[in-house]
Design a binder for this molecule. Structure first.
Ligand SMILES: [Zn+2]
Length: 335
C-alpha cells in the first residue's frame, strides 16, 4: 500500500505530500469526504510517510523500515485510532488520549492520533479534544476523519488544516474493481461502479454482498410496477414487510432514492451518463414520461426528510406509509 494505491484522491494527496516535502506538516487535520473515499487509508499512509526512515523524494514511504511495517499493520505504539463505541466517541476516550499524548513518541518522530467518524464525538468529548488541539505537543499529529464538517465544533475546525476528499469517478471505481477482482464481468463492474456513487467502500460492499442484487431486484420490480395514481391496498403489506426487515431500511431507501433521482435526470436532461441504475435504462425512460417533475421532487424531498426522522426515532410505520402513498401518487391525484 502506498499513496499511489489510493484511488481518485490525487488532490488531497498532493496537499499532504507537498507539506511533507517542505517539512511543514500541520499538527491537526480534518479529512472530510463521503464514506469509502479513502480518508482512513490516506491517514495511515500519511502516518507512515511522516515517520518513514527512508522517505523517497516523492514523499512515498519505503514500506520496508520497521516504522513502515508496524504502522501498516496498525500495531505501532505511536499510532492510535479512536473510533465510536456504540455510535459515539465519548469523553473518556478523549481523556485517555490526552493522558497518553503527553508522553513522547515511543520510537517514531511523530505520534499520530486518527479520530475516525469524528462527527460522532459527544459535545463533552469535542470540548475536551479542543484543549489538545489548541496546544498540541510538537511531536503529535491529530487527524479527524469525518463525512460532514458541520457537526465539528467551529473552534476546532478553525485550528485544523482541512483536506477534502472528493467523490471518485465511476470510471476509476470500475477500473479498480476490474484490476483487483478475479473473474468479475465488465457489465457487473459497470453497474457496481455506478451504484457506488463515488465511494470505493460502497463498491466493495456491493461486490462482497452476494444477496444485494437479489434484494435490489425485488425493490426495483416493485418500483417498476407502480405508477402515479394507481393506488392499491398493497401499500400496507409492503410497509409491514419493510418494517419486518428494519435492519435493511437504509439500503432500501437508498435504492428508492437512486431510482427517482435517475428518473429525474432522464426527465430533465435525457443524458444517460449519470444514471446509477444503468442496467434499467429502458424502464427509467418509460417512467420519466409518466411521472411529473412535481411528484419526483416531492418524493426525493421526503426521502431526505426520512433520514432525519429515522435519527429522531419517529414512528417508522407512519414514515413508510407516507412514502409509499407518495410513490403511488395518491396525494397528487386528490389535489
Ligand atoms: Zn519506511
Amino acid at each position: 500500500m502506498s499513496f499511489n494505491d489510493i484511488v481518485g484522491q490525487e488532490r488531497a494527496i498532493k496537499i499532504l505530500t507537498k507539506s511533507l516535502k517542505e517539512n511543514k506538516t500541520s499538527s491537526s487535520y480534518i479529512f472530510v469526504g463521503n464514506e469509502g473515499t479513502g480518508k482512513k487509508l490516506t491517514a495511515i499512509e500519511f502516518t507512515k510517510a511522516v515517520n518513514c526512515l527512508n522517505l523517497s523524494k516523492n514523499s512515498e514511504a519505503c514500506e520496508d523500515c520497521q516504522s513502515c511495517i508496524e504502522i501498516s499493520k496498525q500495531y505501532s505504539p505511536d499510532l492510535k485510532i479512536i473510533e465510536p463505541i456504540k455510535n459515539s466517541i465519548k469523553i473518556e476516550q478523549i481523556r485517555e488520549m490526552r493522558k497518553e499524548i503527553g508522553l513522547k513518541p515511543f520510537k517514531n518522530k511523530k505520534k499520530v492520533y486518527i479520530i475516525d467518524k469524528a462527527e460522532k464525538m459527544t459535545l463533552e468529548a469535542s470540548n475536551c479534544l479542543l484543549k489538545t488541539i489548541e496546544e498540541p505537543p510538537y511531536y503529535a499529529i491529530i487527524i479527524l476523519i469525518c463525512s460532514k464538517i458541520d457537526p465539528i465544533l467551529p473552534t476546532m475546525v478553525s485550528r485544523c488544516q482541512i483536506v477534502n476528499f472528493g467523490l471518485i469517478s465511476s470510471g476509476k471505481i470500475k477500473k479498480f474493481l476490474l484490476d483487483n477482482t478475479n473473474n468479475l464481468e465488465k457489465e457487473k463492474a459497470e453497474i457496481i461502479s455506478k451504484l457506488a456513487q463515488g465511494s470505493i467502500g460502497s463498491a466493495l460492499k456491493l461486490l462482497l454482498d452476494k444477496e444485494y442484487f437479489i434484494r435490489r431486484e425485488e425493490v426495483l420490480d416493485y418500483l417498476s410496477a407502480i405508477s402515479p395514481g394507481k393506488y392499491s391496498d398493497d401499500i400496507f403489506t409492503k410497509v409491514e414487510k419493510t418494517v419486518s426487515e428494519i435492519e435493511r431500511i437504509e439500503e432500501m431507501l437508498e435504492i428508492i432514492k437512486l431510482w427517482y433521482r435517475d428518473i429525474l435526470i432522464i426527465k430533465n436532461t435525457g443524458d444517460q451518463k449519470y444514471i446509477a441504475n444503468c442496467d434499467k435504462l429502458e424502464i427509467i425512460y418509460e417512467k420519466s414520461q409518466i411521472y411529473s417533475q412535481e411528484i419526483i421532487i416531492d418524493i426525493l424531498d421526503y426521502l431526505e426528510q426520512i433520514e432525519e426522522y429515522l435519527i429522531k426515532n419517529v414512528n417508522t410505520r407512519l414514515i413508510l406509509e407516507r412514502l409509499y402513498i407518495k410513490m403511488v401518487g395518491v396525494e397528487y391525484c386528490l389535489k
